[in-house]
Design a protein. Sequence first.
Length: 190
Amino acid sequence: MKSGASTVKVWSFQAEAQLHALLRDSLLTGHWTHVSPDETAAYRFMCLAMAERGLSCGVHPPVWGWHSCGAHQRPPGAEVARMLLSDDQLEDGRMVLLELDCPADQVLLSDYGAWCDSVYFAEAAARWSDTPQKARRLFETDSAALTPDALIQATLPCIRRDWLVQARQLALDAQGGVRILDAPCPPQGF
């Protein structure tokens, strides 16, 4: 990263195996094998939107993260994790929350609610080109004016090891809720 380059805080839920791959390879990209066929059109839409803004994912889907959850630069909490992750993903502490300091020019922000309403579902993604005004709204984010339930997502072409600040383990509690553990993972550092 260039000296003086602006950075933005991003948080990303990842499988613990992905954290180990990032630490080993110094780079983490998305993989189409982790994208459901029903979601492919929406992910390809985001690849195109990123490319239009100079962010190439190459042959990979974007890596998803969070910029602001309910307030400017507030990380995702247990409620967001529970909303997005399955019991299977959360069993045995196999998921982590990565905290990243990313170059601002490597991040595309968008409104998660607008994304879900207008793009994420395959039939909406197929109609997307007919609604350019919706496309503009999707990428018009104002994290300083968020409502408590609003989410601003961040998509990145990749995650680099030198962006990693910390990783925290996620755990499923006995009531089916999610806990984000205080101890960093791996505990000995990077």
